[in-house]
Design a protein around this ligand. Structure first.
Ligand SMILES: NC(=O)c1ccc[n+]([C@@H]2O[C@H](COP(=O)([O-])OP(=O)(O)OC[C@H]3O[C@@H](n4cnc5c(N)ncnc54)[C@H](O)[C@@H]3O)[C@@H](O)[C@H]2O)c1
Length: 345
């Protein structure tokens, strides 16, 4: 079966996804929509300018309104890659049309918005995935296997990097800040490896980027976490670092378990075990490509099998970052309850 795919949002992320999809024979890119319509043509040009050998240029229908796209084109799947603040009605419109959907992280800025989308997906049962591509990395799968059944004591997730070149990114109301928008990948892996958080106590401030006009996000974030299984965790991130800092500093996730220590870098992971030399696994497969391939297969076979990040699961990662953000704003420890309410302690 050919999977006919449309995109809502024609920015950098959509170009990245389309560049993967042109390598997947079952995927056909048939429609693209952006309220800033010239971005659609620019995205198509960018993909056609770097096509794999023997691939035909893509020629999707271009739209400035997602409803017009949904009405005009028969679609099997839609990718929603929007500024975080734009999630809500658009997600509901796609789900109500019964079309499979790949929704980018972060799911929204407000938890209530994402909870309503989660309920709608559960009600309709559409095939869906969320863009936590790091879960598809073979080294992440290997780490999960090695950790299975082990007692985990401690986890640390660090992300330091430069400010992304997107004007909305420095505005809290539009991006949610670094923890919600970007370090969500690290927090999601914390959950994937360690389990569900119970309480979170964060300290955050704007200290280093006070000379950036219009910036109102925290630029230094530090949070401590108690997990339900009694492990403890540290989360640290900042968008005030230089781009040249090596990835093992900027994307680090360290886990201390009984008889196993793990350092998961961006695409390689090292394991230390008693009585054994250290072992490093480097992934030779691109995790983003694997996400896209898995999603296309899932849509073609009308199944959730193989999808490693459902919306309901991603909602828990979003709620985790949201709770840490609230803790920093309130300057109080908070509990993330079972029904994903943030309760100040
Ligand atoms: N999974 C990942 O690793 C990863 C990487 C990059 C970005 N992302 C996420 O993808 C999303 C998009 O990021 P981006 O870098 O492409 O942003 P971007 O700003 O480059 O693109 C977003 C596009 O959405 C368009 N848009 C806004 N409102 C719209 C609407 N109502 N209808 C149609 N189009 C609309 C904008 O005009 C813009 O062209 C963000 O949530 C970002 O966090 C995820």
């Amino acid at each position: 079966m050919t999977v006919r795919i449309g995109f809502i949002g024609a920015g950098g992320r959509t170009v990245r996804e389309m560049r993967d999809l042109v390598h997947i024979p079952a995927a056909e890119i048939v429609a693209l929509c952006d309220i800033d319509e010239p971005r659609c043509a620019a995205a198509v040009e960018s993909v056609n300018g770097a096509l794999p050998e023997r691939a035909s240029p893509i020629q999707p229908g271009l739209f400035s309104n997602h409803r017009a796209m949904l009405d005009a084109v028969e679609l099997d799947a839609v990718y929603i890659s929007l500024p975080p603040v734009a999630h809500g009605q658009i997600d509901h419109d796609v789900i109500a049309a019964g079309i499979a959907v790949l929704i980018e992280k972060p799911l929204a800025i407000e938890l209530s918005v994402a909870k309503e989308i989660a309920a709608h997906i559960a009600e309709t049962g559409v095939v869906h995935a969320v863009g936590y591509q790091r879960r598809y990395s073979p080294s992440v799968g290997q780490t999960r296997k090695l950790l299975a059944g082990k007692t985990i004591g401690m986890v640390m997730a660090v992300r330091w990097g430069p400010l992304p070149p997107l004007p909305r990114w420095i505005v809290q109301e539009q991006s949610g800040g670094m923890l919600i928008d970007q370090h969500t990948h690290g927090v999601d892996l914390m959950r994937y490896f360690v389990g569900e958080p119970d309480t979170i106590y964060a300290a955050a401030d704007t200290v280093l980027l006070t000379d950036v006009p219009g910036l109102d996000i925290f630029d230094v974030n530090a949070a401590t976490v108690r997990f339900k299984n009694r492990a403890v965790g540290l989360i640290g991130n900042s968008p005030a670092a230089h781009a040249a800092i090596p990835p093992n500093v900027t994307h680090a996730l360290h886990i201390l378990a009984k008889d196993l220590t793990v350092m998961a870098g961006f695409d390689s992971t090292t394991y230390w075990r008693p009585g054994q030399p250290p072992e490093t696994i480097t992934s030779d497969q691109d995790s983003n490509f694997l996400l896209n391939q898995t999603f296309v297969n899932a849509v073609a076979n009308n199944t959730q099998d193989g999808i490693l990040s459902s919306y309901a699961d991603a909602l828990r990662s979003f709620a985790f970052t949201y709770a840490a953000q609230k803790s920093a704003e309130l300057r109080r420890e908070v509990r993330l309850t079972d029904n994903l309410e943030v309760a100040p302690l």
